[in-house]
Design a protein around this ligand. Structure first.
Ligand code: 5GP
Length: 187
């Protein structure tokens, strides 16, 4: 029997504004061969976001249709508002090509992936402290006060579920955090 090539799936989650996006961008800059899954979402694009690059921006009907057809590896309503999900096929294909695959999703989604694919490696990115998380969220200025409050509410719950993850990495300095996550992805 020929040996089946199999990649490795890593799921990165963590509270709002912890810097997941920056850490992942840092990893991909140095390792463009890593397959970052493009999620689908029902939220509207922010200025500068490109359909098919940052997300697949879908209507609620289109999103529900993908769920009904069994084409989502996982999905969740995030921050009590919009649906976000991981299209299954591109992930499976990348794993079959033997690639390192990275998902940046919320905690509900991470739980679903672990159930569907127990071999997935779950990495939680944590802030150095709660006050630092609040500071990062308020200073980035991409959300209004109502949205900030909603995201902090979710963040409290998310921080409480760290123990469900295989690894916790604190994002004190981006480069250090990225190096640790990369190491966990590769080994
Ligand atoms: P944002 O609206 O700021 O782009 O993302 C909000 C949250 O949605 C982030 O915390 C991110 O982790 C989560 N998210 C993004 N894509 C997915 C996905 O495919 N599945 C799940 N479950 N959550 C996602």
């Amino acid at each position: 029997m020929p040996e089946i090539k199999r990649g490795k799936l890593t799921v990165v989650a963590g509270p709002t504004a912890v810097g997941k996006g920056t850490v992942i961008a840092h990893i991909l800059e140095n390792h463009p061969e890593i397959h970052l899954s493009v999620s689908a979402t029902t939220r509207s694009p922010r200025p500068g976001e490109i359909d098919g690059v940052n997300y697949f921006f879908l209507s609620h009907e289109q999103f529900d249709d993908l769920i009904a057809r069994g084409e989502m590896l996982e999905y969740a309503v995030v921050h009590g508002q919009n649906k976000y999900g991981t299209p299954k096929q591109p992930v499976i294909e990348a794993l079959e090509r033997g690639e390192l695959v990275l998902l940046e999703i919320d905690i509900q989604g991470a739980r679903q992936v672990k159930k569907a694919m127990p071999e997935a490696n779950l990495v939680f990115i944590a802030p150095p402290s709660w006050d630092e998380l609040v500071r990062r969220l308020t200073t980035r200025g991409t959300e209004d006060e109502v949205e900030q409050a909603r995201r902090l509410e979710t963040a409290r719950e998310e921080l409480a579920s760290q123990s469900e993850f295989d690894h916790v990495v604190i994002n004190e300095k981006v480069a250090d955090c990225a190096a640790q996550v990369l190491d966990l992805m590769q080994n």
